[in-house]
Design a binder for this molecule. Structure first.
Ligand SMILES: [Zn+2]
Length: 383
């Protein structure tokens, strides 16, 4: 009986540790907040290395779409080689293109802890944005929809990459790995194709890439705590329509309001330390920090999270309500972006990711101006 109880309490301990690991979220110190990079002129609409190359029409199956994909893949290959790159291909007919099968290509990049664990033992914070642009009007750019969010995700990956390496190296050196008692934390970014409707938004004419990916990940089995790649998503954080001034981002889901509050706290602390450039009035970007559980309704915005939400994945949706005034017009271009707002988003989201990944103490100092200039020159061809 005694040994049975011991076994029971060990199981309980394991469950408790797993739950603690899933919820662990360590605030950055003020000193670390000051180290979070803004991306500087990488978000410039005409010359920014992250953003400018994808401010082009990116209709699925066209050369612009291929060019955007290459931009992401080349960036990770050249600057973030530790990230694993995975392509996810599907095809579909659309109401605008007749019998022709249009290709939809999602790009998934991820970093998992370097020690050997079963694929399913890693729970991944998953950030996503769509990179396709509207089929009509012809020549539509889609700067906030969603080239700028894609550039933000590239920036976030770059901003935490060294800290992830340092943290995991330190854990290995201290023998803190391989206990097998808790799931490991990974980070994953998805550049999604085919979000837009070709004719009119319906269940079948929209979300081509995300529907195919969620279906694939639900039906793929893997070893470990989480039996599918879908279950390995700890939080699906979707960015859309970001880059216009004075956004108002509600908290859409009671279930993930705790994560929203962490993000809102990051914005609040960064503003308190005068680290952000914008001074939005009368409310911050994230308006719903004080929202109560009974205030949540079933209303939400249709977007790439839906196929994941329907399958039980926790979702944090960063999309403004109301939409930016330029939404689905020819004015949604680089000239109408508010770059200080973008740089502030870059910081806020990087802080959230760094806190989620427990990177306190591991963020490298910001490069000095002179040093930065040198690095930029030498990195000029890397994109
Ligand atoms: Zn759109």
């Amino acid at each position: 009986m005694l040994s049975f109880r011991l076994i029971q309490s060990r199981v309980l301990l394991q469950l408790l540790l797993a739950a603690t690991a899933a919820l662990a979220y360590t605030r950055l110190s003020d000193a670390s907040l000051a180290r979070v990079p803004s991306g500087d002129d990488d978000f410039d609409a005409t010359s920014g290395k992250l953003l400018a190359p994808i401010l082009i029409p990116r209709v699925p199956g066209t050369p612009g779409s291929e060019k955007a994909r290459r931009h992401f893949a080349d960036f990770f290959a050249a600057q973030l080689p530790r990230w694993i790159v995975e392509w996810h291909n599907s095809t579909s007919v659309t109401p605008a293109t007749g019998d022709e099968e249009v290709p939809f290509v999602n790009l998934v990049v991820r970093r998992d802890p370097p020690w050997a664990v079963a694929e399913g033992d890693v729970a991944r914070l998953t950030l996503a944005a769509h990179y396709d642009s509207l089929y009509r009007p012809e020549g539509f750019i889609g700067a906030v929809d969603s080239a700028a969010p894609c550039a933000l995700l590239m920036h976030v990956a770059r901003s935490v990459d060294r800290a992830l390496t340092s943290k995991w190296d330190a854990m290995l050196a201290n023998g803190e790995v391989g206990g097998g008692l808790e799931e490991e934390k990974g980070l994953q970014i998805i550049f999604i194709d085919g979000e837009e409707a070709w004719v009119e938004w319906t269940d079948s004419d929209s979300l081509y890439g995300s529907r195919a990916l969620a279906e694939k990940w639900e039906s793929t089995s893997q070893e470990g705590i989480h039996s599918t790649p879908l279950q390995s998503i700890s939080l699906f954080m979707l960015l859309d329509l970001l880059g216009a001034a004075e956004p108002r981002i509600p908290s859409y889901f009671g279930k993930t309001h705790w994560a929203y509050q962490h993000l809102a706290a990051a914005e609040d602390r960064l503003r308190g330390l005068s680290i952000l450039e914008t001074r939005p009035e009368p409310h911050p970007f994230l308006v719903d920090n004080q929202k109560r559980s009974y205030e949540f309704t079933r209303g939400f915005v249709q977007d790439d999270h839906v196929p994941f939400l329907e399958r039980g994945v926790d979702v944090l949706h960063l999309i403004p309500t109301p939409f930016p005034a330029v939404w689905h017009t020819m004015d949604d271009d680089g000239a109408h972006l508010d770059i200080p707002t973008l740089r502030d988003w870059a910081k806020i989201i990087t802080v959230f990711v760094a806190e989620w990944m427990d990177l306190e103490g591991f963020l490298p100092p910001l490069q000095q101006d002179g040093e930065k200039t040198d690095t930029r020159h030498s990195k000029k061809d890397e994109l």
